[in-house]
Design a binder for this molecule. Structure first.
Ligand SMILES: [Zn+2]
Length: 437
């Protein structure tokens, strides 16, 4: 018999073959080794199970399996390729863009990191133009946002900004040539727990509507629709100035002899999995009651004879329309087209398969839309296609899209590629609208 290695056994375990008890002790040792081996192989067996459970519990992609037979896929159409090639007929170009407010962290790569010592965040050679060691600083990102807005694909007459903070809106208005037409702040206590004052102090923030200065558009009226929610109920008679107010700006412009109301929304965020909730009250439900209130007010405006009257409505923004359990198909956008009779102009042009937003957990979704009433039609809709090829296998390689209108596992959009290219974790959405003849 091979002598056992000393290192594996305590002093007592040394085998003395003359010892009459050696058989018993040898047997005990064998049993102990066998037990240890079992534990070891159990651990190896549990490891993949653990990884699978982690995967399923942290990504909403598993839900896609359950809906697989109902998935629709829309091929890329011409209208996604060249916005300039579409109708040259005089139109109203409207853009929606969630610009990732700095007060909630801005570029996650630079969050909490000091600005570059050489350029103080302005962007220089040593920091590779980023302004911080790893991500974009606010000045660099602000410039990128302006560049996006002024690029040939966009140059809108009207911009609807979400997650906008005052100094960014002022910068964009000044440097891209827009008038800040209406920008009511949300209550300064709303979403305050997301603000790290030491990184970026709280300021006036929310949804802004900007009008291009050299356009012929004339603002004739504006108002604010507060859609604040408390304990799952809309706050009755909600005040725009309440410290928890959620405010929706409305601007009425004169266009082609009609009065068109521009409405910029950023609805309640989340699904049941985050945060965990039970009962009837969940973020998707909150988005619906917010939208119903907005819709009710707009219907009043459309039959009003007063200064608030309007003929047509354009609603755009970040609808956060994910389902109760996490896919991008919350059904609100369907309610808006079926019950409320709006037109989803990005859908009209067959671009449902393009995600508009991604997060650091590497999944992406389509949250940004532009709707109008039926008196308007669109000659163009454009969303940049930032889906990349290598896919499959979140969290290992690319990312997962939770867009029902994409084939399963067909690739996400990436948050950092989007910030680098456009300045935000959302992509801009733009449509060119016309009054129906
Ligand atoms: Zn620098």
């Amino acid at each position: 018999m091979m002598p056992a290695k000393c290192s594996q056994f305590s002093h007592d375990d040394h085998l003395d073959l003359e010892d009459p008890g050696v058989e018993t002790r040898l047997e005990a040792l064998k049993q102990r080794l066998a037990a240890e081996n079992t534990t070891l192989s159990l651990r190896w067996l549990l490891l993949p199970i653990f990884i699978v459970v982690l995967y399923l519990s942290t990504t909403p992609s598993w839900i896609q399996f359950t809906h697989l037979p109902f998935r629709r896929y829309h091929p890329i159409t011409l209208s996604n390729l060249a916005p300039g090639a579409s109708s040259s007929r005089q139109g109203l170009t409207v853009m929606s863009f969630n610009i990732l407010a700095e007060i909630w962290g801005g570029d996650p790569r630079s969050f909490g990191k000091p600005n570059c010592a050489d350029c103080q965040g302005e962007g220089c050679k040593p920091c590779d133009g980023r302004g911080t060691a790893s991500g974009y600083s606010k000045p660099v990102r602000d410039r990128r946002l302006v560049k996006t807005i002024l690029s040939n694909e966009f140059r809108p007459d009207i911009i609807m900004l979400q997650e906008a903070q005052l100094d960014t809106v002022e910068y964009i208005a000044q440097n891209a040539g827009y008038e800040n037409a209406h920008f009511p702040s949300n209550g300064l206590d709303l979403w305050r727990e997301w603000v790290h004052e030491e990184v970026a102090p709280m300021q006036h923030n929310g949804n802004a509507i900007l009008i291009k200065k050299d356009s012929a558009l004339k603002k004739v009226y504006h108002e604010t629709i507060p859609v604040s929610i408390r304990d799952g109920y809309l706050v009755p008679n909600a005040k725009e100035t309440h410290r928890l107010a959620v405010n929706v700006p409305v601007v009425v412009v004169e266009f082609g002899g009609k009065r068109v109301a521009i409405v910029n929304v950023h609805l309640e965020y989340g699904c049941r999995l985050s945060p965990l909730s039970i009962g009837w009250d969940h973020p998707g439900y909150r988005r619906r009651i917010q939208m119903h209130k907005i819709h009710k007010r707009l219907k009043e405006m459309m039959i009003s004879q007063g200064e608030d009257r309007c003929d047509e409505v354009v609603i755009g923004g970040d609808f956060n329309d994910v389902s109760e359990f996490g896919t991008d198909h919350g059904g609100l956008k369907d309610i808006m087209t079926s019950e409320m009779r709006y037109i989803n102009h990005v859908d009209v042009h067959g671009l449902q398969h393009l995600d508009t937003c991604a997060n650091i957990s590497r999944y992406s979704a389509r949250l940004d839309h532009i709707f109008s009433t039926k008196g308007m039609e669109s000659s163009m809709a454009y969303v940049p296609d930032e889906h990349y090829e290598h896919i499959w296998g979140w969290p290992f390689f690319g990312g997962v899209s939770n867009n029902w209108d994409r084939p399963f596992g067909s690739g996400a959009v990436n948050i950092y590629q989007m910030i680098d290219k456009y300045g935000s974790d959302h992509l801009p959405v733009v449509v060119k609208l016309h009054l129906k003849k």
